[in-house]
Design a protein around this ligand. Structure first.
Ligand SMILES: Cc1cc2nc3c(=O)[nH]c(=O)nc-3n(C[C@H](O)[C@H](O)[C@H](O)COP(=O)(O)O)c2cc1C
Length: 339
């Protein structure tokens, strides 16, 4: 069924198809069709970051940036859903076209640029949701906020979503906000981690609940960079790490007509780089801090490979666009077979 729909949708520009699919999902959800027709995975419960997940396969950030589609997405069988990236203020993102399909590579290139309606809108949507599964909220900084003041945007994000999220992701790895990824290195990273832990402690006092914090990192990091991140994560007492975001490398798609489009490359070409980061992180962190593996999961085997590399949970985005909800179940089953 998704195959036929995809055939039609892929004739439209990617962003139009994306929006149309989400509206269609909303409608199907309201009509009760999703519950009736989508074959959800059998439970494969897992406890990570002190949270109980019905299965380890989640939706990655960026698909539902504003939490507008939580109820429909929640009916598809994901073990958890991450919404955002949300910035304190609404912002339009980059001019269109800003999303490109590379079907020959099961890949996408995007330079959306954190287009989103801002914290106020997201909160309103989350407050109205019926979805009762695990909810991650991914926070970022506005484009107009200089890096030196980024702490303040992340603090605002954490404070605003704290009482509504099961976990919060601090995104420092989008290639589409100039300078953002610099926050993954050196003193900038340590300073930011210190600030967000401080904000978490403040919010914990205010709300009487501990909400775990994860940092999301890029795949474009050498071994030394990964070791540094791992050290900083341990030192700061963060609760998890999401590896990885999209890549700026084009090695795997060289020669493709969209290869030179600016932005982050996702899907199959980011699979190996992302798994390499997970392996290197796991070598440093062991069981001390959970890794959420994301990047290039397009079938059960690639989902299981992330778990074998050391991830405790996985997320999907581009594979979900190409394969539809069947990928959720296939991934859960492949992970179940690992035992
Ligand atoms: C169109 C698009 C938009 C994205 N937006 C975000 C975002 O807002 N925040 C974020 O942390 N990651 C974002 N991502 C990255 C994904 O969450 C994921 O980390 C990455 O695409 C690798 O996984 P995949 O190969 O399964 O797509 C986006 C990815 C795509 C394709």
């Amino acid at each position: 069924m998704y195959g036929i729909m995809r055939e039609l949708l892929f004739r439209l520009p990617p962003e139009t198809a994306h929006n149309l699919t989400l509206s269609g999902l909303d409608l199907a959800g309201k009509l009760g069709l999703l519950k009736a027709f989508v074959s959800r995975p059998d439970p494969l419960p897992v406890r990570v970051m002190g949270l109980d997940f019905p299965n380890p396969v989640g939706l990655a950030a960026g698909l539902d940036k504003n939490a507008d589609h939580l109820d429909a997405l929640g009916a598809l069988g994901f073990g958890f859903i991450e919404v955002g990236t949300v910035t304190p203020l609404a912002q339009p993102g980059n001019p269109r076209p800003r999303m490109f399909r590379l079907p020959e590579h099961q890949a996408l290139i995007n330079r959306m640029g954190f287009n989103n309606q801002g914290l106020e809108h997201l909160i309103e949507r989350v407050d109205k949701k019926h979805y009762s599964g695990v909810l991650g909220i991914n926070v970022g900084k506005n484009k107009v906020t200089p890096n030196e003041e980024s702490e303040s945007d992340y603090r605002k994000g954490i404070a605003a979503v704290y009482s509504r999220a099961d976990y919060i992701t601090v995104n420092v790895s989008s290639p589409n906000t100039p300078g953002l990824r610099d926050l993954q290195f050196g003193d900038s990273l340590k300073g930011l981690m210190h600030a967000i832990k401080d904000e978490q402690a403040r919010c914990e006092k205010e709300h009487g609940r501990y909400v775990p914090l994860a940092v999301k990192i890029a795949p474009d990091m050498d071994d030394e960079g990964i070791r540094f991140v791992a050290g900083a994560l341990k030192e700061s007492g963060l609760d998890g790490v999401i590896a990885t975001n999209t890549t700026i490398s084009r090695d795997a798609v060289a020669g493709h007509r969209y290869a030179e489009e600016a932005g982050g490359l996702s899907g199959a070409p980011v699979r190996e780089p992302s798994t390499r980061v997970i392996e290197a992180l796991y070598a440093e962190l062991g069981e001390s801090l959970p890794i959420i593996g994301v990047g290039g999961i397009t079938d059960g085997d690639s989902a299981a490979a992330k778990i074998r590399a050391g991830a405790k949970l996985v997320q999907i985005y581009t594979g979900f666009i190409y394969r539809g909800p069947a990928l959720i179940r296939e991934s859960v089953e492949a992970i179940r077979r690992l035992g």
